[in-house]
Design a protein around this ligand. Structure first.
Ligand code: ASP
Length: 315
């Protein structure tokens, strides 16, 4: 038995907004990302390798707010966050606010494997990237007209595109509710779980803002006794809810099933706080859940025995 699920962000993704051509592009990308992880698992590879490979492919795809497709900060730069975690040893690695790194998830993996730390941030994390010799990219690599245009809507204001503020017009209000973060969770044939998540954060973010994505327990979590989880959404709320870890706690201490735990966190606890978004999760039997409290979430999953992957966008 083995299985994998991936997400490319949740939010106000409506059938009326995505024309068939764009929808087809998203679906093809989701399949390619899933396939990258699937191939690792199928060959007997590990869950941690599967989620690393899947998230790397997502980081290289400009459609998603991670790596290449990262959103602009208030300074017009790209500050990237990523994390991953192994369910067998609880080893974890994360980076926050790194710049120019092609694949932040690979750097997070190096933090996990080559240091005694869990999270490296900012200039220090970039110095570590240099030491590790990871692939660096010029600013132009991270430029996309869509992200630039999104930034222009809030540039020079105190708003981020996840702010819920009446000054932002209707079009922006729609945009602000899209979260393009990417993540993957996997269960391998050796019985191990792993999760990884990567993001550019929020458009127009300031002051070195860090969201839930690189925080172990908030945006990412894996424990063989329960589940592997990767989140997307309003980062500040996912941090307050310790969302990914809360799923683990509900399973471990209250005996909830994966589906019950995810449902409670996503549709009750986060909603009560005002946090929009979703998560993907897989348990130690290979069961998968992909749930959201928004109209849509880019997502895909596949388990051993499935002829084809499941790819979905709308709720
Ligand atoms: N959770 C991410 C953050 O707050 C955003 C996202 O999911 O797109 O940085």
């Amino acid at each position: 038995m083995f299985s994998i699920a991936i997400h490319g962000g949740a939010g106000t993704i409506l059938p009326t907004e995505l024309n068939p051509e764009i929808e087809a592009r998203y679906r093809a990308s989701l399949e390619a990302i899933l396939q990258a992880g699937w191939l690792v698992l199928e060959k007997g590879g590990t869950a941690i390798d599967a989620v690393t490979e899947a998230v790397c492919v997502m980081e290289n795809d400009p459609l998603f707010n991670a790596g290449r497709g990262a959103v602009f900060t208030a300074q017009g730069t790209h500050e990237l966050d990523a994390s991953l975690m192994r369910g067998d040893t609880l080893a974890s690695g994360a980076v926050a606010g790194v710049t120019g790194v092609k694949n932040p998830v690979r750097l997070a993996r190096m933090v996990m494997e080559n240091t005694s730390h869990v999270l490296l941030a900012g200039a220090g994390a970039n110095a570590f990237a240099l030491e590790m010799g990871v692939e660096m990219m010029p600013d132009s690599y991270f430029f996309s007209q869509l992200r630039w245009d999104q930034w222009q809507q809030v540039r020079g204001t105190t708003h981020t595109l996840l702010d819920h503020t009446p000054e932002v017009d209707v079009k922006n209000a729609l945009n602000e509710k899209k979260f393009g973060t990417g993540g993957a969770v996997a269960f391998d044939m050796h019985g191990n779980l792993a999760a990884a998540t990567s993001t550019g954060g929020m458009t127009n973010k300031k002051y070195g803002r860090v969201g839930d994505t690189p925080l172990i327990g908030a945006g990412t979590w894996a424990h063989n006794a329960t589940a592997a989880i990767s989140c997307t959404g309003d980062g500040e709320y996912f941090i307050r809810a310790a969302a990914a870890h809360d799923v683990h706690c509900l399973m471990q201490y209250k005996g909830h099933t994966l589906a019950e735990a995810v449902d409670l966190v996503v549709n009750t606890k986060l909603v009560a706080l005002g946090g929009e978004g979703g998560m993907i999760a897989v348990d130690g039997q290979g069961n998968m859940v992909m749930d959201m409290n928004t109209p849509g979430m880019y997502r895909a999953c596949r388990k051993a025995g499935d002829d084809l992957p499941t790819v979905a966008i709308f709720r």
